[in-house]
Design a protein around this ligand. Structure first.
Ligand code: SF4
Length: 759
């Protein structure tokens, strides 16, 4: 250890006074010196000369921390600090391109509202900065007291698909095996639970089968509920590189940017897609346009499915979807004539009251036509957050580590053996999903909540309800990189966390590709990597020895490899982070060295699936209408979705970039059809009140024929949108159905007062 670095170590040690020496070393190794300390003490300990990263000057690469596309970025360093970036040219995901969010990734780290010190709410209500030692003692004392009074199940956590896999695994293991919690879920419930459930039921494991190369190899690309041009622009770039002149069919109620570029746009009635896909299956089967050989040898439950879809003749489907018979016929013929047809879906399907069955209706079409396991094919869910896939496998929330099942004794035994822990500490029931946890607050069963890197006070459906519930808690802890999020300001205790770029680990992208994230910037003030915070909590809680081997993210990666062994996501062949980088990311499964494998791999080429009979299942159900339908009082269907390529979710990061802010409207807005606007005497840029049975929002009117008559569209990024949404959920995945609620709309000065619930 150099003189300078030993002094740095001493500085860090003073910030975590209660931790063991070994742990202090770990925190130092992971987090390095503290930036505010540098500012206050220039030269005092020689800290100003220290690089923040172990990577020498020049350029290093790492995966973007926004969406699940998983682009690689070249990070350019000076004096060991990131000063700029550019997209990596030879990475198999993005091939030298990045969207504006990726380009602006570094700028949002320096925001003035970064959380730089733990904050504790005082009896008078104000928040006061405290040191880590006090913060960790308060955290443990309050949670222990609540568990003592109300039982271990009275404390829950909400995690995120933005953490690196190593951190979310440590969090899940710490909370459940170390601290005795039973319930914990993640914000991936809001975006990917439907796809995960659909795959598990249909394939036997949560396994998106594709590789991005498929976007370039299809001759028919079906995009359902996906505005790929702005939501996953780099994937859209891959379609633009397709040399097969593919037919692109977009199924979306709105004429989105993606629909405008399509060969065929099916502007269906909102939430009628399940009937459409059953009708298509019926047509394909009745005409003999299906792959009988594949169906016979590789699937189960076909006969029942074929009988079921007879309930969806062309007339019924046309009536329910609002599409013409000709349009439905044309779509069916395009699928039939395609040699390599790929079906892609995202939130328009997942966020639905019957999302799982809708996703499976697409899986059924791929199985029926034999469009799976071959280049350019697949039933392909497009993931949202950068590490939603890591969360699905390793967050230890509603699944046991490695895609296992808490209720299965053999699974618990396997995990206990591989982690060398007592199987008795592993809960024997699956966690409540997100909405049950919130209901638990309502019923008084959940008394404390630990929210890590997510913002439910903005993003949860029917927001007034969510905010009231959060305020009802005895103890709310928020661990975040900003102190200003709608949830962070409600916290009794705020723990300041390092951001993407300030810590290490891995993400898993939509196509199952594991990529590496590095520390190329210094976290501000006393903010620590989530990994370090979890390790410190383990130490203060008294369960540190259970995690003695979880030394740092690189070590945990090897633990995760062992946990993955013998599962479908087995990546035990990856030697470590350097081999991931050398390979350009590694898709699971990977049981041998990545250097021996091609870097574009898809699943099910052998026609064998993960059910014990190795067959994929046709799964189907009766269609049901949404629980709320337009009526005289609330005549419009409100659709929600991404507004622009420059906004990410609740904008906690993207609104910190002056560049990104210039690329989208600053105020919340609603899009409505010109005929509706005329009828309501609403003009462009009028301030209007959109009101639902839950609440109201004042927004700017954008008048555009891209939305249908009787429909309005509100971007998800603005805090006002979830005042309106109706809390209803898919019964299998428990994912919220954000994209369908009923509203009315008036010019603001006609709308009367009040925006509270039921007013
Ligand atoms: Fe990052 Fe996604 Fe943009 Fe790629 S498409 S640069 S992963 S936000």
């Amino acid at each position: 250890m150099t003189h300078a670095s030993s002094r740095t170590f001493a500085t860090v040690v003073t910030k975590i006074a209660g931790a063991t020496t070994a742990l202090r070393q770990i925190v130092h190794q992971i987090d390095g010196p503290l930036t505010q300390e540098l500012a206050r003490m220039p030269g005092q300990f020689g800290l100003g000369q220290l690089p923040v990263t172990r990577i020498p000057d020049a350029t290093t690469t790492m995966v973007c921390g926004y969406c699940a596309t998983g682009c690689s970025l070249d990070i350019h360093l000076r004096d060991g600090r990131a000063v700029n970036l550019s997209p990596t040219r030879d990475y198999p995901v993005n091939l030298g391109t990045a969207c504006p969010k990726g380009w602006e990734s570094l700028s949002v780290l320096a925001a003035p509202d970064r959380a730089t010190t733990p904050l504790l709410r005082m009896p008078g209500g104000e928040r006061q900065p405290i040191g880590w030692d006090q913060a960790l003692r308060v955290f443990c004392d309050r949670i222990r007291a609540i568990q003592r009074d109300y039982g271990p199940e009275s404390v829950a956590f909400l995690s995120t698909g933005q953490l690196v896999t190593e951190e979310m695994a440590l969090l899940g293991a710490l909370a459940k095996f170390g601290m005795g919690m039973v319930h914990g879920d993640g914000n991936t419930r809001q975006c990917m639970a439907t796809a995960a459930t659909a795959y598990k039921q249909s394939f036997g494991f949560d396994a998106p089968p594709y590789t991005y190369q498929d976007l370039e190899e299809s001759d028919v690309i079906v995009l359902v509920g996906s505005n790929m041009c702005i939501a996953h622009p780099i994937m859209w770039e891959r379609i633009c590189r397709n040399r097969n002149q593919p037919r692109i069919v977009v199924i979306d109620p709105r004429a989105t940017e993606t629909a405008s570029a399509a060969s065929l746009h099916l502007s269906i009635r909102p939430k009628s897609d399940l009937a459409l896909f059953y009708g298509i299956a019926n047509l394909l089967i009745s005409r003999g346009w299906y792959d009988q050989d594949f169906v016979r040898h590789n699937t189960s439950q076909f006969e029942a499915f074929a009988g079921f879809v007879q309930q969806f003749p062309l007339d019924r489907v046309a009536e329910e979807t609002g599409l013409s018979r000709e349009m439905i016929e044309k779509f069916t013929t395009i699928i039939h004539n395609g040699a390599r047809v790929s079906f892609w879906w995202t939130m328009g399907v997942n966020q639905s009251h019957q999302g799982v069955r809708t996703a499976q209706s697409l899986i059924n079409l791929a199985l029926l036509t034999g469009n799976i396991g071959r280049p350019g094919t697949g039933a392909n869910s497009i993931t949202g957050q950068c590490n939603a896939m890591g969360s699905r496998l390793f967050s230890n929330t509603t699944n046991l580590l490695g895609g296992r099942d808490f209720t299965c004794a053999a699974d618990r035994q396997t995990v206990a053996e591989r982690l060398r822990i007592d199987p008795a500490v592993i809960p024997t029931i699956n966690s409540w999903p997100y909405h049950r946890i919130l209901e638990g607050i309502h019923s008084g069963n959940i008394r404390a909540l630990w929210v890590i890197c997510t913002n439910p006070a903005h993003s949860w459906i029917d927001q007034y309800d969510a905010r009231q519930l959060l305020q009802k808690l005895d103890f709310l802890v928020v661990q975040d990189i900003y102190h200003s999020t709608e949830t962070a300001v409600l916290a009794d205790l705020l723990l300041p966390a390092a951001a993407w770029g300030e810590k290490e680990g891995t993400f898993i992208n939509s196509e199952r590709r594991i990529g590496v994230v590095k520390r190329v910037a210094q976290a501000p003030g006393q903010a620590l990597a989530d990994f370090s915070i979890f390790r410190l909590i383990a130490e203060y809680w008294g369960c540190g020895p259970m995690f003695a081997e979880w030394k740092d993210p690189a070590t945990v990666f090897h633990i995760l490899k062992e946990l993955s062994r013998t599962t479908p996501c087995d990546f035990s062949g990856i030697e470590g982070y350097p081999s991931i980088e050398r390979a350009g990311g590694v898709q699971w499964p990977c049981q041998t060295s990545p250097s021996t494998l091609p870097n574009q791999r898809r699943l099910f080429g052998d026609g064998r699936f993960y059910h014990t009979d190795q067959r994929a299942r046709f799964i189907f159900d009766a269609t049901v209408p949404p629980p709320e339908l337009p009526d005289e009082q609330y005549p419009f269907v409100a659709l929600t979705g991404r507004g622009s390529v420059s906004q990410w979710h609740t904008q906690t990061r993207t609104n910190k970039s002056p560049v990104l802010r210039k690329m989208h409207p600053a105020r919340p807005y609603v899009e409505l059809h010109p005929d509706d606007a005329r009828r309501l005497n609403i003009h462009p840029h009028d301030i209007v009140t959109v009101r639902s049975r839950r609440g109201a929002a004042e927004v700017t009117a954008f008048i555009t024929p891209t939305v249908g008559r009787g429909q309005v569209f509100l971007p998800m990024h603005y805090e006002t949108t979830n005042r309106l949404t109706l809390a209803h959920f898919d019964p299998h995945s428990h994912q919220p159905s954000y994209k369908y609620s009923c509203v009315n709309i008036q010019r603001a000065n006609q709308a009367g007062h009040g925006s509270r619930k039921h007013d």
